[in-house]
Ligand binder design. Structure first.
Ligand code: GLC
Length: 552
């Protein structure tokens, strides 16, 4: 691949969910000083960039994705001075900081919405106001969290659009003043010295004129209209030109319902973003509905990720989880007997593909899903909304019927507190944690992982070093071997004179594969099992074994 080199292509990104990372003041909620206290740990992983989930002033209906003031810090997280200290401390450690940019919608407590609902100050058209009521909403679009995408506002006497929670009102980007205000706030943060943005649901910003009804058979009704809408590309290009293109900033846009062709328009050399987060590999275990059983085949996961490796015209982001997704050992491998091998296996995948890898807090110690047993334990608006919607529709009688699915899928799996040690509350807080700590914290925690040379954590550090030392893992060309194999994922990466072979056993049984002679194995670069295997065109892989060979 003849890829132009850039710092953000070679970077490893570590994602911090501030609410659940580290609580310095005992109120049960993570905070900025708590993050500062753990920066040496983050740096020790070899992370180059930290992506911080929203820390702006917010009523926290959706844990900060409902912003009340873009230029202020949420008081439970600290002050602007704390944030400035954090930025300086990150930079002191030669890392960079990217912020979450949530501009598809604001909180209904935002000043713009307050004035808009009262038709004051020229703000009326900042949001989508239409005639309608609960029985007759303006169209049939659904919220991503279940239920109608329209809510009634008494003060305005109309309904407004919310593609997420009803406290998250969608901004109307066709209104020029909205775009100007958004560009102003982006530049304000860039001027403060940040290094880029992760852009929340950024491909939803353009809604088609007339807001036409969506296909009622879709799980998210209306998505074909509001994902990659008619002017999305134009507005993104304008935003880039007016803001971050004038800085040495990295951008990654979360894009719902995007395929490789549309993504290429966004991230090709002259496109408006550096990378996108697509969802195609996150769909492999999704049935037609959020509440369909979570079953999947390795060949499907391989097919999707391989396709993005070879077909995207532009730079890939690499992620297997984040704050909206379950824990990966539970989802894609084994979180029980082979938890450690599984954590390493999936890490090997993440760090040996071409693109920029994103590690979500706790992934590096192999954290697992939580055994949820009732709606009252959950905080995630999506899990609660989807279950309540099904109960209301008479599809299920109660939580127990879908317990397995919620356990497999809930966003709260990722949001339980970070597990630092085996003390009470896993060392996350001295107070009452806002969300339950996973009961496995006595075994699965950072302190235990630091003390164990065979831990997932130490293996992650090895992988980061390996990636730093071999450009083939960053910029290499990918070739899938054995595409239909349901247990083993094997591929070659090649760059200039260097070639490597990666072989990953995704099953709990020993599996032997015969590789194309052209892929005959060479020197072992890294593996999650200690003992060496005999090399040859026949390769026997133990349960969840990962092997990376140099072919030079
Ligand atoms: C994105 C965020 C998610 C949030 C939603 C609405 O998908 O990652 O956490 O709930 O947007 O802002």
């Amino acid at each position: 691949m003849d890829e132009e080199r850039a710092w953000w292509k070679e970077a490893v990104v570590y994602q911090i969910y501030p609410r659940s990372f580290n609580d310095s003041d005992g109120d049960g909620v993570g905070d900025l000083q708590g993050i500062i206290d753990r920066l040496d740990y983050v740096a020790s992983l070899g992370a180059d960039v930290i992506w911080l989930n929203p820390v702006y002033d917010s009523p926290q209906a959706d844990n900060g994705y409902d912003i009340r003031d873009y230029r202020a810090i949420y008081d439970e997280y600290g002050t602007m001075a704390d944030w400035e200290e954090l930025l300086a401390e990150v930079h002191d450690r030669d890392m960079r900081l990217i912020m979450d940019l949530v501009v598809n919608h604001t909180s209904t407590e935002h000043e713009w919405f307050q004035q808009s609902r009262r038709d004051e100050g020229g703000y009326r058209n900042y949001y989508f106001w239409r005639e309608g009521d609960a029985e007759h909403p303006p169209n049939n679009w659904k919220s991503g969290f279940g239920g109608s995408a329209w809510a009634s506002d008494e003060e305005a006497g109309m309904q407004y659009l919310h593609l997420f929670d009803e406290t998250q009102a969608d901004l109307d980007w066709d209104e020029a003043a909205v775009r100007e205000d958004v560009y102003d706030l982006i530049n304000w943060w860039l001027e403060k010295g940040i290094d880029g943005f992760r852009m929340d649901v950024i491909n939803l910003i353009s809604k088609p004129e007339g807001l036409p009804d969506g296909d009622p058979e879709q799980d998210w009704v209306g998505i074909e209209h509001f994902a990659n809408g008619p002017r999305a590309q134009e507005y993104l290009a304008e935003m880039a030109a007016e803001t971050y293109d004038n800085y040495d900033a990295m951008t990654v846009g979360e894009c719902v319902g995007i395929d490789v062709e549309t993504a290429s328009d966004y991230v090709s050399a002259d496109g408006p973003m550096d990378m996108v987060f697509h969802f195609e590999h996150m769909q492999v275990d999704m049935g037609d509905r959020w509440l369909s059983p979570a079953e999947w085949d390795l060949s499907d996961l391989k097919a999707v990720m391989s396709y993005w490796q070879t077909e995207l015209d532009g730079w890939n982001s690499l992620y297997l989880t984040n704050h909206d997704q379950p824990r990966i050992v539970s989802r894609f491998a084994d979180d029980d007997e082979y938890r450690v091998e599984s954590g390493k296996l999936l890490g090997t995948l993440l760090f040996t593909l071409s693109g920029t890898p994103y590690v979500y807090q706790g992934q590096e110690i192999g954290m697992t899903n939580y055994p949820w047993s009732g709606l009252d334990e959950l905080d995630d608006l999506q899990s609660i909304g989807k279950v309540e919607e099904a109960i209301e529709a008479g599809e299920i009688d109660g939580f127990e019927e879908v317990q397995d699915i919620v356990r497999a899928r809930s966003r709260d799996n990722a949001r339980t507190p970070m597990q630092w040690d085996d003390s009470e509350n896993a060392g996350f807080t001295n107070g009452d944690p806002w969300l339950a700590v996973n009961p496995d914290y006595e075994d699965v925690n950072v302190a235990a992982a630091e003390a164990d040379p065979d831990s997932v954590l130490h293996y992650y550090r090895e992988l980061v070093d390996l990636r730093d030392a071999h450009a083939v893992f960053v910029y290499g060309d990918y070739e899938l071997l054995l595409p239909d194999h349901e247990e083993v994922w094997a591929y070659r990466m090649e760059l200039d004179e260097e070639a490597v072979l990666v072989a990953l056993n995704f099953s709990d049984t020993e599996t032997t594969v015969t590789l194309d002679p052209a892929a005959a194995v060479g020197d072992l670069l890294v593996s999650n099992y200690d003992e060496q295997h005999p090399n040859g065109t026949e390769l026997t892989l133990r349960p969840y074994e990962a092997r990376v060979y140099s072919l030079n």
